[in-house]
Design a protein around this ligand. Structure first.
Ligand code: AHR
Length: 503
């Protein structure tokens, strides 16, 4: 059976310019993300600094503009001073967040060096779990002050003459979470974050700060946490963070794919809470959103319980993603794009080996997970102006959601390149969705490619030996008389790219 949907796209229905930072990612000092992931001095592809060039190539392919570091949960008991200076004298520490041994062979300077090589900005998180104002302001001075002071001269002594000029800083991580070392009440966090922010901005007034929002939409304290913490941090922070992971634990694909309705609602509630605080404070500033942890995370939960405690770089959080995970990831990216007027940064969590689009074998090869593909295409082609579209789609109900549209989409117009890009998911597990897209204001535009991720098996995976889930091109969609007829196969992620005067 074929289902039918309609869309209207118009150049003047603008949401916002897309901030490229929404295609950010995350490297935590956790599992094999750093050691055996981005850094492996004995690997055949290692460069002069010990970084795997095969990994760098794929990170660059993804066009990742900003990368969060060093955590995550890990940062809440981290002493940044352990990770700078001569490598041979760096202490080994218990990483309490993940039960591993941290050798500190990679720290702030190494990460900043790596980020430069992959052409990404660093988003640095400070420890507001076990530490506070002093450690944070010293780190800003170490990273960003030009010289002539204790911490900036120490950076020079460590071989980094020029400041790293790190713009974006996270005021702690998930401080509402009972699992967090040094978890805080909203009041405790709000006060500490505000005073830390004040000191950090005194050191470098050009930095941008992210106040910790809730660890997920399911937290009992959401959205009261946002309201209470912003009471203190509104004046100093530029963004509030959102984190969210989904999983298909009960094997209900239709319900699983509807989770972006929750994500959408999460974003809307955070915006409403921020705007309430703006009104309450009579502020001129609009708080922006940093969705700085999002992804699918559940496959590795059980196997992680078997990992030997206090090992160095153990294989933790190594989810092997399925085809249906890639569809949800595509939808999550659509949701970020549809909120690009307020979501100005986002980080797919994470980037290499740990719940990641890129996997490596320590001492071996590299491969792309299923989720690599929607991330790649949206990051590379989803740049320009996000457009609001009018959608009329058949719907379904699932265990947790009602009125779930089969068609999930986002639209980006790149005026400079004269390119219109539609990212579309067909959530229907059994049937094709035929979408009539009225592209009224895009006269002379034609379809140049229709890239599709489709597979008969929702649980299909990629491994280093076989790539079952990879994109291919379809030729059954076309443009005629100002209408694009898009054929979206059952359970598929699609990119339809149109250009002016081209076939
Ligand atoms: O990304 C994995 C973990 O998820 C992060 O360390 C933490 O912030 C979140 O709970």
């Amino acid at each position: 059976m074929t289902y039918k949907a309609k869309m209207i796209i118009d150049k003047s229905y603008k949401i916002s310019e897309v901030n490229p930072r929404i295609y950010g990612s995350f490297i935590e000092q956790l599992g094999r993300a750093v050691y055996g992931g981005i850094y492996e001095p004995t690997h055949t592809s290692a460069d002069e600094d010990g970084f795997r060039q095969d990994v760098m190539e794929l990170v660059k392919e993804l066009n990742v503009p900003i990368i969060r570091y060093p955590g995550g949960n890990m940062v809440s008991a981290y002493n940044w001073e352990d990770g700078v200076g001569p490598k041979e004298s760096r202490p080994k520490r218990l990483d309490l967040a993940w039960g591993s041994l941290e050798t500190n062979q990679v720290g702030t300077n190494e990460f900043a060096t790596w980020a430069k090589k992959v052409e990404a900005e660093v988003m640095m998180a400070v420890n507001l779990g076990t530490r506070g104002i002093d450690a944070a302001r010293n780190l800003v001075e170490y990273c960003n002050h030009p010289g002539g002071t204790y911490w900036s001269d120490l950076r020079k002594e460590h071989g980094f003459h020029e400041p790293h000029q790190i713009k974006v800083w996270c005021l702690g991580n998930e401080m509402d979470g009972p699992w967090q070392i040094g978890m805080k009440t909203a009041y405790e966090y709000g006060r500490l974050a505000a005073e830390t922010a004040k000191a950090m901005k005194l050191v470098d007034p050009t930095i941008e700060l992210v106040s910790c929002g809730s660890s997920g939409s399911g937290m009992a304290t959401f959205p009261e946490w946002e309201a209470q913490t912003l009471e203190h941090t509104y004046e100093y922070a530029d963004y509030i963070s959102l984190h969210q992971y989904y999983g298909n634990r009960d094997g209900d694909t239709a319900n699983y794919l509807a989770n972006t309705l929750d994500m959408d609602n999460f974003i809307k509630t955070v915006i409403a809470t921020c705007d309430y605080m703006k009104a309450k404070k009579r502020s001129k500033k609009t708080m922006q959103l940093s969705f700085d942890e999002w992804n699918v995370w559940f496959h590795s939960n059980e196997q992680d319980k078997e990992v030997e405690p206090w090992s160095v770089a153990p294989p933790l959080l190594e989810d092997i993603y399925t085809f249906e995970d890639a569809i949800l990831v595509g939808s999550m990216l659509n949701t970020l794009l549809k909120h690009s007027d307020r979501v100005k940064m986002a980080c797919m969590a994470q980037l290499v080996n740990v719940i990641a689009p890129i996997m490596t074998e320590t001492g071996g090869g590299i491969w792309k997970q299923t989720i690599f593909y929607p991330y790649y295409y949206t990051s590379v082609y989803g740049r320009g102006t996000a457009l609001h579209s009018i959608v009329d789609s058949p719907k379904y109900d699932s265990k947790d959601f009602t009125d779930v549209p089969y068609l999930d989409q986002s639209v980006v117009f790149n005026e400079e390149k004269e390119e219109l890009v539609i990212f579309a998911v067909n959530r229907n597990l059994d049937d094709t969705l035929l979408v009539d897209v009225d592209i009224r204001s895009f006269e002379g535009y034609d379809l140049v490619e229709h890239v599709v991720l489709e597979n008969d098996d929702p649980k299909a995976i990629n491994t280093i030996h076989s790539e079952q889930v990879k994109p291919h091109n379809r030729r059954d969609s076309s443009v005629e008389n100002g209408t694009l007829t898009a054929v979206l196969p059952k359970l598929s992620w699609n990119m339809l790219r149109l250009k002016k005067g081209e076939k």
